[in-house]
Design a protein around this ligand. Sequence first.
Ligand code: FAD
Length: 394
Amino acid sequence: MPTVLVSGASIAGPTTASWLARAGFDVTVVERFDALRDDGQNIDVRGAAREVIRRMGLEEAALAAGTGEQGTVFLGAGGREVARFPASTDDTSGATAEMEILRGRLGQLLHDHGADDVAYLFGDQITGLDQDAGGVDVTFASGKEQRFDLVVLAEGVNSRSRDLVFAQAQRRYLGMVIAYLTIPRQDDDTDWWRWYVAGRGRGVNLRPDDVGTIRAAINMMTDTRGIDDLPREAQTTLFRRTFAGAGWQTDRVLDAMDDAPMYVEDLSQVTLPRWSQGRIALVGDAAWCATPVSGIGTTLALSGAYTLAASLAADTDHRAAFAEYERRMRPFVEKGQSLPPGTPRIANPRTELGRRAFTSVLKVAASPLATSLGGVLGRFTTPPADRYELPDWP
Ligand SMILES: Cc1cc2nc3c(=O)[nH]c(=O)nc-3n(C[C@H](O)[C@H](O)[C@H](O)COP(=O)(O)OP(=O)(O)OC[C@H]3O[C@@H](n4cnc5c(N)ncnc54)[C@H](O)[C@@H]3O)c2cc1C
């Protein structure tokens, strides 16, 4: 049995691992955290990725574990409602997808699906990768050393092991920083995603979950880099100053910042000329992060993981399999990374005029006529998740 090390146990890693185990590989997954991470917010599973979930027999469980979000409502000046878009009722479309699930819950389902056939190693990480024609010698932070036939890196956008092997990784900063928080639910909260267009390049989002809390995200347009690396106190100060007086329910989120689980991300897309180097391949955000504003990151991760495993299952020559994986996935990834013009700037206007223009477009898009024409906003709210055909399982 060929041995494979998969690094990263979020979405792409466990999916790749399950499918490779099914193909007869001897798979180990290493995750640098001590357990599966259950943080993260509402993520969408669309189009081709929905089919991956279906083929794993997880569709029913994933729908049952959904957040229950009923749709998206945009709020303008003073927190007044501007436009309302109900959740989708199909595999692919809408700002709120039909399969809308907490990231941690989906990660748990994917992990459990393969857990009997895959060895999971938590609390460790790769520190060295040394490959030759016959395999890859891996050194771990724990001091352990092991040789594998193949290594798959599924470590997300900030993958460190990627940087040991793929010097050519490029990051394109989108000029936006988001802080995600989990805050207590209040009586007047709803099961809609409420998106407050706060002006001056800021946005405040409150989304329901199915565990009795609210998932908040506040985002700002900024040219300053490295905010995600600052100590928590500095981040909190920065967000409080930037959002002071922003209105609606902003203060509730700012007040929660001292204690609530919070994670800050500066949005960067990752591009690489190749996703494999010898016996080492990349998958998911580590290979091609499209960012949360694309609405397709998890869909690409699931589709890519399946495609990589299917290619390796179909061809015993890993070089040919990696080439096939890339041939299939690259056009899909390029579509997913190509954001609508002006994203994310247009949805986070800096001027009052920009805010009025954006909310006017939303009003038109939500009107009955636009809805019956298929939705003017379709390009903005529906990523191209169905423009990919999964390979058959060999
Ligand atoms: C904690 C967390 C919260 C998230 N929240 C959201 C959200 O709210 N909204 C959204 O759109 N997207 C969120 N994402 C990103 C989303 O999961 C991805 O965009 C997408 O699903 C692709 O998943 P991935 O498996 O490629 O990467 P990721 O989901 O980023 O997972 C990477 C995994 O690799 C692990 N890892 C990293 N470095 C190493 C290492 N050196 N060795 C071993 N393991 C390593 C990480 O701990 C993580 O478990 C979140 C990701 C994480 C990790």
